[in-house]
Design a protein around this ligand. Structure first.
Ligand SMILES: Cc1ncc(C[n+]2csc(CCOP(=O)(O)OP(=O)(O)O)c2C)c(N)n1
Length: 371
């Protein structure tokens, strides 16, 4: 679909994109026409690459027995990274498990991300959550609850708080397309529209909810169209196109901030690896389909576009990859030296004031450990 100006329509049947699968512009434009500098695109690419390498390391750690479980972002990094770039510093993020390796974009240290994956004491959550459930208060990153879709109504409540306090912020809530089949999603969309709240629900449609393909998940034409029923706008975009992902999210973020109303974004993409380290995707999807999507990879597409712009080449790419690899190896080595959290950490800092029954449980455990 062509966009000559940045006037886009909600509820399209085809996803918006600016680059084709080869990373070539679909029509004659310069990134500057959309307010995108070349430096910005390079930064974006480097962060998507870093996210992919963090993800690769996540799988290695499971194979080495240094992490017991991993949920990946591989293949859909572009959607997460480019949309996170559309936020301002004070905006809030409700991530979901796949967002975690990309949260360095919001200021999470790569060391903290690995400490969370490996359950070390330096994990901001001190090992209290399973891998993929990262949060950090000072970075405005909330901690995800495990039930699918639960983040959406929680984010809606936070958006209500933003409006009540007349703050100039928005919250973005991430989820997979499977989360839109849960009641949580519908309550969040309904109340956010009725009360006019600055909420962006960003759906990363990677085609499957574990083994359930999107077509068995919902009969609606697109996920984005679901916003219509709630009086909100829904945009359908190619989530492997970093440019359109950033621009459309930015537009929604700006409007949500200004006019206090919610938006739904559906970013179409694909996950390359099994749902988690406990899944076997060969049982429910073909290798041909996987290969077809690998050719549409957002990282590769942006790389080719940067090459087309004459600001990147294979040599620079190889150098950067090696640099990242060395950096990540060092980080993992350091994180491995950090001890596991204390058993005490299971009971404290869960509530603002630790309830008596958790104190009692802890004292019981302590006695047992000492005895
Ligand atoms: C209410 C609920 N049902 C089932 C599960 C198990 N579960 C965890 S992730 C997942 C799939 C979610 O799919 P989707 O929202 O499309 O996100 P994706 O993992 O594909 O990125 C399921 C069914 C759960 N955590 N919560």
């Amino acid at each position: 679909m062509e966009i000559r100006t940045f006037e886009i329509e909600p509820f399209t049947k085809e996803p918006y994109r600016l680059l084709d699968e080869e990373g070539k512009p679909l029509f004659d434009f310069e990134p500057e026409d959309f307010g995108l500098s070349k430096e910005f695109l390079l930064r974006l690419y480097k962060d998507i690459l870093l996210t992919r390498e963090i993800d690769r390391m996540g799988w290695i750690l499971v194979r080495q027995g240094k992490a017991y479980f991993y949920i990946s972002i591989g293949g859909q990094e572009t959607s997460h990274v480019a949309s996170l770039y559309a936020l301002e510093k004070d905006d809030l993020v409700m991530p979901f498990y796949r967002t975690v390796p990309s949260l360095h974009v919001r200021g999470a240290k790569v060391e903290e991300i690995f400490a969370q994956i490996m359950g070390r004491a330096s994990d901001p959550l001190k090992g209290r959550q399973m891998p993929g459930h990262f949060g950090k208060k000072d970075l405005n990153i909330f901690v995800l609850g495990s039930p699918v879709g639960l983040g959406h109504p929680v984010a809606m409540g936070i958006a209500m708080g933003i409006k009540y306090k007349k703050e100039n912020k928005v919250i973005i809530s991430y989820g997979g397309e499977g989360s839109t089949s849960e009641g949580h999603f519908h309550s969040a969309m309904n109340f956010a529209s009725v009360f006019g709240l600055p909420l962006i629900i960003f759906i990363v449609n990677n085609q499957y909810a574990i083994s359930v393909p999107r077509v068995k998940q919902t009969a609606s034409e697109t996920i984005a169209i679901k916003a219509k029923a709630y009086g909100a706008e829904g945009y359908y975009i190619d989530g492997n196109d970093a440019l359109i992902t950033y621009l459309v999210t930015k537009k929604c973020v700006n409007e949500a901030r200004l006019n206090k109303r919610p938006f739904l974004i559906e970013a179409e993409t694909y996950r390359f690896d099994p749902h988690s380290s406990a899944d076997d995707d060969k049982k429910y999807r073909s290798r041909e389909e996987l290969e077809m999507w690998k050719r549409k990879d957002g990282l590769l597409r942006l790389k080719k576009y940067l090459e087309y712009l004459g600001i990147w080449n294979e040599e620079k790419d190889e150098f950067l990859k090696r640099e990242i690899e060395e950096k990540l190896n060092k980080i993992v080595e350091e994180v491995e030296k950090i001890p596991f959290p204390e058993p005490r950490d299971m009971f404290y800092e869960v509530y603002v004031k630790t309830p008596w029954y958790l104190e009692e449980e802890y004292l019981e455990l302590k006695k047992e450990m000492e005895g």
